[in-house]
Design a protein around this ligand. Structure first.
Ligand code: NA7
Length: 547
């Protein structure tokens, strides 16, 4: 049944999104005997790894950690080939998981949700798709990803451009040949930083349009050493446990100590060691207090700035590539292969659009305040309306017809990043107010999926089928999230974590910065106290407070 028929398709749970989160949610809930369907806008599973196919795209978390931990056989049988997996390899992995656990039969691809309304009368969600299919479901679970709503600022004159335009997050499946073409890449976040070195290898000339420089560290990607993989697989449980206990969901290879424990020479040695090993954790966790102590952060940032100066031959270009407006890591730290080296190529030009903004796109190129760049193709690498964008695009209406957009007009409000007051039976995987994008999102996805499925099993065991976050619990959690963030350096950057990259978006630090283990403990305690802060009830009886 597809929901297109006259009678809506009735379900216990409807999951929106078939990426890492939605597929695992389906697996868990189906295993609990629930009727579940996943609706996915794309023509394939994979979520972010379905859409983002631009040159150079890789995960910035190591492959041995960026994978499901819920099935021991799966983790033993799957072989990652590189330290940082490419998009095609991650997509193959997700497709393998979907097949291995027979998930596809409950996934409707090419199906975009157009609205979801809570019906207080019969206490169900009524969900509609763009194609007109209708679903009625007891539980609505969003698994739409934090980086899926593409940022599309308007560039005057874009429609007049005679060449080709590409958006990194909507890359053509057949790939793009840039040989002998003059290419503009607009945007130098993680995506631009991965794509620019690859496109520069083929392009006649590449113009990198940078509005703000970002910090980036070398990935030192390499084929995985079979002996290393064998050691991990011999005790994968220990590795997974270490990931869950690590602040960012990635195990540390050494005990963390604060800046003050090291003398000046040792500080440089610690940074040098992180740089040599490659990857974000080596810099972000150079010191235990890199993200909380401005001086510790300054030491690491200065170290990276010196590396940029040493790598980029033209000192003027090097200075433009050096961030000075935010602490290292306050915007997500980028991980690259030869990014800074690419600016030494004769066919690459850095165009600083902070002082000389893009004014017009013409038939043949891009005009900034100070110059004109004739190009054959433009690549937009402009980021996302992160964390809330994809949720708001679902057009969700809760109790009394209040929409999620209304509820969040001053910034996202959620209890634990899992549930929203006034939106009963809606649960949000990696919603705002949970650790989500701060670190290894797979660890956070698994924790949420397991918490939600345990919660729904609890409700069923107790003859309940209604759960709603209490307004006071939501208010307190929002205040706690802001309070925790204010004790970190994250809040001092105009980042997408803050909603600062989208015009008109309310400014609020959206993820929970208290660390993955602390957050897990809080969620577990809430559950063990009978879902403290939630009101539980029966659809056909008076609600009773669990608090
Ligand atoms: P990001 O990190 O948001 O980067 C987007 C880039 O696009 C950034 O350099 C922006 O400059 C730039 N941008 C955005 N709008 C414009 C306009 N109008 N003109 C010029 N430049 C613009 O997105 P990514 O996709 O790179 O990375 C997102 C996450 O995906 C990443 O952190 C990983 O976790 C995976 P700005 O900084 O706003 O000045």
């Amino acid at each position: 049944m597809t929901g297109i028929e006259d009678t809506p398709c009735r379900l216990d749970a409807l999951v929106i999104g078939a990426g890492f989160a939605g597929l695992y949610m389906l697996h868990r809930l189906r295993g609990q005997g629930m009727s579940v369907r996943v609706l996915e806008a794309a023509d394939g599973v994979g979520g972010t790894w379905y859409w983002n196919r631009y040159p150079g795209v890789r995960c910035d978390v190591e492959s041995i950690d960026y994978s499901y931990s819920f099935d021991a056989e799966l983790e033993q049988e799957w072989k990652w080939s590189e330290r940082y997996a490419t998009q095609p390899e991650i997509l193959r992995y997700i497709e393998h998981v979907a097949e291995r656990f027979d998930l596809l039969r409950d996934v409707e691809l090419g199906t975009r949700v157009s609205s979801a309304r809570w019906d207080e009368g019969d206490r169900r969600w009524r969900v509609e798709t763009e194609a007109g299919a209708r679903f009625e479901t007891t539980y609505l679970i969003t698994a739409v990803g934090c980086l899926s709503a593409v940022n599309t600022p308007a560039f005057p004159g874009l429609e007049t451009f005679a060449g080709e335009t590409y958006t990194t997050a909507r890359w053509p499946h057949e790939g793009v040949d840039f040989t002998n073409r003059r290419v503009a890449v607009i945007g130098t976040g993680s995506t631009g930083i991965q794509a620019i070195p690859e496109i520069a290898k083929d392009a006649a000339h590449l113009y990198a349009f940078q509005r703000s420089p970002n910090f980036s560290v070398p990935a030192r990607n390499r084929p995985l050493d079979p002996e290393f993989v064998e050691t991990i697989k011999a005790d994968y449980r220990a590795r997974r446990q270490a990931a869950r206990e690590a602040g960012w969901g990635v195990p540390s290879d050494r005990p963390l100590r604060p800046l003050e424990d090291f003398n000046a020479r040792e500080r440089v040695a610690v940074c040098e060691e992180g740089w040599r090993k490659g990857g974000a954790p080596g810099m972000l966790r150079a010191f235990a207090d890199t993200m909380t102590n401005p001086e510790a952060n300054r030491v690491v940032a200065e170290f990276v700035r010196a590396k940029i100066r040493n790598t980029v031959r033209d000192p003027a270009v090097a200075e433009k590539l050096i961030p000075t407006d935010h602490p290292l890591g306050a915007k997500r730290l980028c991980v690259d292969t030869d990014y800074y080296e690419t600016y030494n190529r004769p066919n690459v030009t850095l165009v600083d659009v902070s002082t000389s903004p893009i004014e017009q796109i013409t038939e043949s190129g891009i005009r900034t305040r100070e110059g004109f760049y004739e190009v054959d193709a433009i690549v937009f690498a402009l980021g996302f309306d992160a964390i809330t964008g994809a949720l708001l695009a679902l057009d969700i209406g809760g109790v009394g017809g209040e929409t999620l957009a209304e509820h969040w007009k001053d910034g996202p409000r959620s209890y634990l990043g899992l549930a929203v007051a006034g939106f009963p039976n809606m649960l949000t995987v990696t919603g705002p107010g949970s650790p989500s994008v701060l670190g290894n999102v797979i660890v956070s996805i698994e924790q949420h999926v397991e918490w939600i499925s345990d919660c729904l099993a609890y409700l069923r065991r107790h003859g309940l089928d209604r759960i709603e976050a209490q307004p006071t619990a939501e208010k307190d959690w929002v205040a706690h999230v802001a309070d925790v963030a204010s004790g970190t350096l994250f809040v001092s950057a105009k980042s997408w974590f803050m909603g600062a990259n989208i015009a008109g978006k309310p400014r609020a630090f959206m993820p929970y910065a208290g660390g993955v283990p602390t957050y897990r403990k809080i969620c577990d305690e809430v559950a063990s106290r009978g879902y403290d802060g939630f009101t539980l009830g029966r659809a056909d009886a008076l609600a009773h407070s669990a608090a």
